[in-house]
Write a protein that binds this ligand. Structure first.
Ligand SMILES: Nc1ncnc2c1ncn2[C@@H]1O[C@H](COP(=O)(O)OP(=O)(O)O)[C@@H](O)[C@H]1O
Ligand SMILES: [Mg+2]
Length: 150
């Protein structure tokens, strides 16, 4: 179980990735993982950690969904289910958002990671993990994780 609010500072991309993998061990479907923070703050790096930590993909197979917008991964075994990785950076309006088909995604319990989640609020009662990343000096990043809902 993730505490209500956790704040960490990482010093490298590798450390952010490792923190994502640790976080993965504490989460279960259904869950929205809302990643916010400016370009280069580490959203994709953290997502890579979470998705690989969930056993849904190898690290090198998790890339930024900037152009493809939605990546789907499948887990097998005990924690079977789908893991989605979405980037809303290039989604201009609600019409574009609808074409991503997230409403369908939300009908079946899975794990949905959303970069640039501050752009649109998704309608669902799934529990949320809101993660905000911020540049500090150099390679330092502040990562604030807040658990919302049940
Ligand atoms: N502590 C850190 N955590 C995450 N990324 C870092 C860190 N220090 C340096 N970086 C670098 O910052 C960049 C983060 O990029 P990325 O994860 O794609 O960010 P975003 O998805 O938020 O745009 C990468 O080039 C990564 O190597
Ligand atoms: Mg990104």
């Amino acid at each position: 179980m993730v505490p209500e609010r956790t704040e960490i500072v990482t010093q490298s991309a590798e450390e952010t990735l490792a923190r994502g993998q640790e976080l993965a061990a504490t989460i279960q479907a259904p869950l929205l993982v809302l990643l916010s923070g400016e370009l280069g703050s580490g959203k994709t790096t953290l997502a890579k950690g979470i998705i690989s930590g969930l056993g849904a993909a190898r690290e090198e197979d998790v890339t930024s969904p900037t152009f493809t917008l939605v990546h789907v991964f499948r887990r097998s075994g005990e924690n079977e289910g789908k893991v989605y990785h979405v980037d809303l950076y290039r989604v201009a309006n609600f019409h574009d958002l609808e074409t991503l088909g997230l409403e369908d995604v939300l009908t079946e319990p899975g794990i949905l990671l959303v970069e640039w989640s501050e752009r649109f609020r998704l309608r669902t009662d799934w529990p949320r993990l809101a993660i905000h990343l911020e540049h500090l000096e150099g390679n330092s990043r502040r990562i604030v994780i807040e658990r919302e809902g049940p």
